[in-house]
Design a binder for this molecule. Structure first.
Ligand SMILES: [Zn+2]
Length: 69
């Protein structure tokens, strides 16, 4: 059985059955699924590499500016 990587399908931490995206509860065993630590960085994953690059450059420029002044 292949282990799913970063895709839409999640697996239940209790029984290992696939859980449909957005499900609050496991359809197989009824395990309540928390959003977990990934919810904190959901916005980061929704960013494109270009946006992340601009974000990094922007914060870098800001810190350089603050040091220079
Ligand atoms: Zn389950």
């Amino acid at each position: 059985m292949p282990i799913p990587h970063e895709n839409q399908t999640r697996t239940c931490p209790n029984c290992g059955e696939p859980v449909p995206p957005g499900a609050k509860q496991c359809p197989s065993c009824g395990q309540v699924l928390g959003t977990g630590p990934r919810s904190r960085w959901w916005w980061l994953k929704s960013l494109t590499p270009t946006e992340i690059f601009l974000l990094v450059i922007g914060s870098l420029m800001l810190s350089v500016f603050l040091v220079a002044v």
